[in-house]
Design a protein. Structure first.
Length: 276
């Protein structure tokens, strides 16, 4: 059976970007990693500004300056990170309830100030979470990579399982292509990664159970992150946040799941260790 050109393009882009991400996470010192991740975050912020209604480039540049200033503040004042982390987790829990209650989506032209403000939190919180994890843990680099692989595996399994066995729409108004069966596939991947984390960390039965639950919660909230960006795009009337990455859309399309997953994973990991 022929491979669809979109899927082939998606795989080629992932093949090119994968080694760069791997090298950045594992080889860069935390300050350099913070800069690299900051550039990705600013790229996503540029696209977010467009989805929220900022049409002029000078306006989007101002938005980037605001997000960049917050990232700098989080770097120089690390005590702010836990507060932003908690706010990020709360935001995504609220969005999970909100998306489940969506019954109508109307095209909204013009500036949406609320979405602009939300973007600052949505984009800055995962940056702070990943930097905190990268620098503060003896296995921080490996855990950052673990989180990324967890989310990417869940995304891929949700896509392929949904295409093969998907029957029940998850949120048809927000993202018609997503199915509950796809989410079950993503959760199966979370189970395997949780067992791997428990084994690699010698966590024992109770610790491994906690790791499985953490990976499951991370994957579920990553789905919310994906759905929320789909909601923004439907309100704006666009298919992708940009065409920067062939087969993937824009930067925001590539990191939407991770923006939600990172705060939940890092906070959950801290709580799990506090209980040990």
């Amino acid at each position: 059976m022929a491979v669809p050109s979109s899927l082939r393009q998606r795989a080629q882009t992932a093949f090119l970007l994968g080694p760069l991400v791997l090298a950045a996470v594992l080889l860069l010192p935390t300050p350099a990693f913070a800069v690299a991740l900051g550039l990705v975050t600013l790229g996503a912020a540029w696209e977010w500004a467009r989805l929220a209604g900022l049409e002029r480039q000078i306006e989007r540049a101002g938005y980037l300056a605001l997000v960049g200033a917050l990232l700098l503040g989080l770097w120089t004042l690390p005590w702010l990170r836990p507060w932003l982390l908690g706010a990020g987790v709360l935001w995504w829990l609220i969005q999970a309830v909100h998306i489940a209650t969506v019954r109508e989506i109307s095209h909204r032209p013009g500036l949406r100030v609320g979405e602009l403000a939300a973007g600052v939190l949505v984009l800055a919180a995962p940056w702070g979470a990943l930097i905190q994890l990268h620098e503060s843990d003896p296995h921080g680099r490996a855990l950052v990579l673990f989180l990324m692989l967890l989310v990417w595996t869940a995304d891929s399994l949700a896509y392929f399982v949904g295409r093969r066995w998907g029957r029940t729409k998850l949120a048809p108004l927000v993202s018609p292509g997503k199915t509950r069966e796809g989410v079950y596939g993503a959760l199966a991947g979370a189970l395997l990664w949780g067992l791997l984390l428990g084994w690699a960390g010698s966590l024992g039965p109770s610790g491994t159970l906690a790791a499985v639950l953490l990976c499951g919660a991370t994957v579920l909230i990553s789905v919310v992150g994906d759905l929320y960006e789909s909601l923004l795009k439907r309100r704006r009337g666009v298919k992708d946040s940009s065409h920067l990455l062939p087969g993937h859309g824009g930067m925001l399309d590539r990191v939407d799941s991770l923006t939600a997953a990172a705060p939940v994973f890092v906070l959950g990991l801290a709580l799990m260790r506090g209980l040990q």
